[in-house]
Design a protein around this ligand. Structure first.
Ligand SMILES: [Zn+2]
Length: 313
């Protein structure tokens, strides 16, 4: 799998080979001498996720991409974008992240995710085990929805005598079917994703056994795994709340300098901010005709703080 040449993060199959959007800009210096990559709404959402260490709910992504802007993004247009642009990986209902967050590229619901993790496992799994493994990998869902999702469509899926799920790998089309689930061709990239997923299954089962402890008897094991799964779900909720409270408060533009230029016309500060947004997002801007020192200094300050919003430190 390709990695970002700057920070070394794993890149999803559809992310730019030049690396993270945020890294591409951090390498460059003052705004007058550089060309920012031109950013669409989707790029800004990718940049927001790059700065997060976990997947985010779509309303949270919208909040991040809207900071500092006068024109709020329509929730529906962001939602459809997150579903369509394959750089975003589905992470649960209304939740998205990037490949680097440990998510499958191309998978779009719990059906795809559940089957692929079963395929990557080298042994059959109980529903509870599969639940824990997928949740441990960063997905959000309720226990009941996984069962429903697994059997929703036709798949090379089966259960053994103990009721554990497995994928029939002897089925000749099985590999193509799985590649299709994550919208890849069976090839090198597919093998890399499969390898990472197999590793997540092993890590998930090891973590499950560690947390269950040695004392659990075979009979009560299934219930213990279910209880453990619920605990993980609760922990994910707590982690979300903690992250939100840690988030810096809504972004505020720097105040314009007190001078005749800005005090004479309150619309001027807004126009400078809009220009700063355009510069940071790499859209072409007409150069100013006259040199007005306080305005140019303010533009520079605005570019700097907006750059921080989009690209991080
Ligand atoms: Zn990077």
């Amino acid at each position: 799998m390709r990695r970002c040449p700057t920070c070394g993060c794993e890149l999803g199959p559809l992310e730019s080979r030049l690396g993270c959007i945020t890294c591409q800009v951090r390498k460059r210096v003052a705004y007058r001498n550089l060309i920012y990559p031109s950013l669409s709404l989707a790029d800004r959402a990718v940049a927001a996720l790059e700065q997060s260490d976990i997947s985010l709910a779509s309303w949270d992504i919208r909040r991040l991409v809207d900071r500092g802007r006068e024109d709020p993004t329509h929730p529906a247009s962001l939602t459809s974008l997150l579903g369509k642009d394959r750089r975003f990986c589905w992470a649960g209902r209304g939740m998205y992240g990037l490949y680097r967050h440990g998510l499958l590229p191309g998978a779009r619901d719990l059906h795809d995710v559940g089957l692929f993790y079963l395929f990557a496992s080298d042994r059959p799994l109980d529903t509870e085990e599969l639940c824990f493994v997928i949740r441990n990998a960063g997905y959000r869902f309720t226990d009941a929805s996984l069962m429903v999702a697994l059997v929703r469509y036709r798949a090379p899926l089966d259960r053994d005598q103990r009721g554990r799920w497995f994928i029939d790998k002897t089925e000749p089309k099985c590999r193509d079917f799985m590649a299709n689930l994550i919208e890849l061709k069976a090839g090198e990239t597919f093998d890399a994703v499969l390898g990472r997923t197999a590793e997540q299954v092993r890590a998930g089962l090891a973590e499950m056994n560690r947390r269950l402890g040695p004392a659990v008897r075979e009979g009560s094991r299934a219930q213990s795994v279910v209880a453990l799964g619920k605990r993980v779900l609760d922990e994910q909720g707590v982690e979300d709340d903690r992250r939100k409270s840690r988030e810096p408060k809504a972004f505020a533009w720097p105040l314009p300098p007190s001078c005749d230029y800005f005090e004479g016309d309150t619309g001027r500060a807004r126009r400078v901010r809009r220009r700063a947004i355009s510069i940071v997002e790499g859209r072409p801007v007409e150069p100013y005709v006259a040199v007005i020192e306080c305005r140019d200094r303010y533009l520079e300050a605005c570019v700097k703080s907006y750059r921080q919003v989009v690209y991080g430190a």
